[in-house]
Design a protein around this ligand. Structure first.
Ligand code: HEC
Length: 151
């Protein structure tokens, strides 16, 4: 190309931007593959950051620090980038085994957060959601139940 300084000044940043986009595109293409890999690893063999533990002990602080980010402080859940079901007045919490299973195994978009907790912590947070947000299931689950529910 002959010298067209003005034209080149316009084109050069465009070429740079195109190269950047191409690089991003390549990264985006590789992302789903690596996600799929880690998902299937998590399903076959649940080792979710072993060694790291939540330090909160009681159901209230466990709920606030671990669960409320998705299920909201008032338990009503949220819809946006995903669907976080409402735990408020939720009849599915009637049988303690169900929330125990969800917390220890994870379920779809919910990670197996019980992997970061002791049996006592799992029981405490499950009992918390079963007795708050309009739920009144008084047959508390025990640490033994939590232990038995683990994968
Ligand atoms: C990263 C976001 C996230 C966090 C943190 C989270 N959850 Fe969930 N939870 C979800 C999603 C998403 C679902 C829906 C799963 C499904 O599709 O079945 C769910 C489902 C549930 C359900 C089943 C509700 C129903 O109606 O079937 C219970 C019970 C539950 N979560 C309890 C908890 C508790 C207790 C904690 C804290 C220890 C917690 N969750 C933390 C995302 C989260």
């Amino acid at each position: 190309m002959k010298d067209h300084p003005q034209l080149m000044a316009t084109i050069r940043p465009l070429v740079g931007a195109a190269a950047m986009l191409a690089a991003c595109g390549a990264q985006l293409l590789t992302l789903p593959a690596s996600n799929a890999q880690s998902n299937s690893a998590a399903q076959t063999d649940i080792v979710f950051s072993p060694g790291y533990r939540f330090v909160e002990r009681d159901g209230d602080s466990l709920y606030r620090n671990v669960c409320s980010g998705c299920h909201m402080m008032d338990g009503t859940g949220a819809r946006g980038a995903g669907t976080f079901p409402s735990l408020a007045g939720n009849a599915k919490l009637q049988a303690g085994a169900y929330p125990l299973h969800v917390v220890t195994h994870g379920q779809h978009g919910m990670p197996p957060l019980g992997a970061f907790m002791s049996d006592e912590q799992v029981a405490a947070v499950v009992n918390y959601v079963r007795t708050h947000f309009g739920n009144d299931y008084q047959d508390a689950v025990t640490a033994e139940d939590a232990k038995a529910a683990r994968p």
